[in-house]
Design a protein around this ligand. Sequence first.
Ligand SMILES: *[C@@H]1O[C@H](CO)[C@@H](O)[C@H](O)[C@H]1NC(C)=O
Ligand SMILES: *[C@@H]1O[C@H](CO)[C@@H](O)[C@H](O)[C@H]1NC(C)=O
Ligand SMILES: CC(=O)N[C@H]1CO[C@H](CO)[C@@H](O)[C@@H]1O
Length: 630
Amino acid sequence: MLLPFCLSVYLIIFLTHSDLAQSRRLQQNRRLIQHENNIHMCRNQSIKLGARLVRYNKVKPFYSILDCFLDAVKRHPNKVFVHFEGREYSYGEVDKQSNKVARALQAEARLKEGDAVALFLANEPSFMWTWLGLAKLGCPAALLNYNIRSKSLLHCFSCCGAKVIIASAELQDAVEEVLPTLREQGISVYLLSEACSIQGIKTLSDKISQASDQPLSRDLRANVNIRSTALYIYTSGTTGLPKAAVVTHERVWAASFLQAASGVTSEDIFYINLPLYHSAGFLIGMAGAIDRGITIILRRKFSASQFWDDCRKYNVTVMQYIGETMRYLCNTPKKDNEKNHRVRIAIGNGVRTDIWTEFLNRFGDIKVRELYAATEGNIGFINYTSKIGVVGRVNFVHRFFFPYTLIKFDVEKEEPVRNSEGLCIEAARGETGLLVGRITQRSPFVGYAGNQQQTEKKRLRNVLQKGDLYFNTGDLLQIDHQNFVYFQDRVGDTFRWKGENVATSEVADVLTMANCILEANVYGVKVEGHEGRIGMAAVLLKEGEDFDCSGTFKQVVNYLPAYARPRFIRIQSCLEMTGTFKMKKVRLVEEGFEPAHIQDPLYFLDTEKKTYVPMTEEIYRAIAAREVKL
Ligand SMILES: *[C@@H]1O[C@H](CO)[C@@H](O)[C@H](O)[C@H]1NC(C)=O
Ligand SMILES: *[C@@H]1O[C@H](CO)[C@@H](O)[C@H](O)[C@H]1NC(C)=O
Ligand SMILES: CC(=O)N[C@H]1CO[C@H](CO)[C@@H](O)[C@@H]1O
């Protein structure tokens, strides 16, 4: 009998074993019994986690992830909390450091409970203790992506309503660029540095080092409860600039339980190489590690060549991944010792079936916990099956508690198919459909901070009945005859490259600011041997203008992070529209960037020459042969 358990209102865990029995019928009984035990353990574990969340919903005073950290500090002050660039920081040290941060900010910025503070920080331990310090003051933190600049940075900053921004010293230039606007708005700008000669930027490190490390009173955060906003995490929705998803304390708990649900114990050592500004790194990685009371190995950024050496050096037992991670690891040259490590669990999402198989063949018996969830979404799946390529398994009990469905989607028109009554049509078994989750009391959609319009856009009405309301995930999935769920693609106006989601309209806005471009249609195209899709644009030039290779390059590089830049630009004499005046993308996406197949003038963003250059067969071949770094 298969039993699903609801871990929380947002995350559902699927436990299943029948596929194992099917696919490995020939395996010995012993192995099967072992597996049955695992299933029971998982099931027991998820009952326990579900019960914990129910308890946290009631207990007074509210028990937050910060309280959990403080308990871990009491239990093992000398245990290493984080290893970073050759230094280790114990639970006790990080706690004291966060007290100092909280006291410095209290004195300097006069922060009080509920004030949002924007963090513009690199992946380093100061990210962790600055956030903990803010939590001690009852202040929600907005986690800004450190790759964003100028207009995007200002936009992200302003949508969380913060009056204070704290930046890493290495990001000083990016802050300086937007400083005049910040000052106009009366924002206090702090740099984690001892000195700074720029007027309007205050230093914080000196104040932190002078502050007392004594614990702060719990009264400072007396009003924080499970429904309070803990964080703002930015997501690239379907349109426009990034949006700040409101992350409540309840959601922090739900996400941090994923480690426990994946079988991580207090003995494990967790490797974080994903950015802490995303929910994967911050919530599943760091908050999850706090929940388990374990040691984190933190890296500034992912490095495929260092990966296994780090794992061996620090005895890493649990790794986190996104689809790209596994592909990059599989692309490294084969070595004799590559099965020699202690990694036993991998938690993440987005790995493709072929890569998943290759990864296991090369790096040994690692339990892959593939999950599907959106930061702001109201449903999620985690793979508890042994079926490669599957993100989860569904059944009727789950659908009863968390009603969702896959509906037929017209990729050409980029909208759900509706029948004569104006209702959506459910996709058949084995057919790809758009995943939508009904918005209910139990599975709410909190929405985006300060952006009612975007929140509304993610809502889909009249789906199966007149007047009903669903959350539109923007993801195409497939459910097969055995109830296994497969991720297919992402629809709408985003593409995903290097693990980041990019809103095409944001890129288009930047392109049309270039002098020569009148209109731009931005989309992502597949590149052989890479995860996701790389940015490409079809553009219409202004009357009488030629394409300005270097001007457009400057525009793109000044305003967009590397992963969002259109690497290919195709000049068209008119941009094709749909009946509802949306730009048509489907054919452009299919046509890709092969010069032999495209009559329009085609350009390539050459990072070495620092300009767009005409796209040639030679460049095309070099990309295919991976001689050009994308
Ligand atoms: C799960 O819980 C049941 C009873 O609640 C217990 O009998 C069983 O041994 C547990 N299984 C594991 C693997 O912990
Ligand atoms: C890793 O484990 C080995 C053997 O148990 C131990 O000697 C070593 O100190 C550990 N390394 C770290 C960084 O904890
Ligand atoms: C819990 C569980 O069985 N998870 C599985 C998810 O899929 C991978 C790929 O085969 C398995 O290795 C995991 O065991």
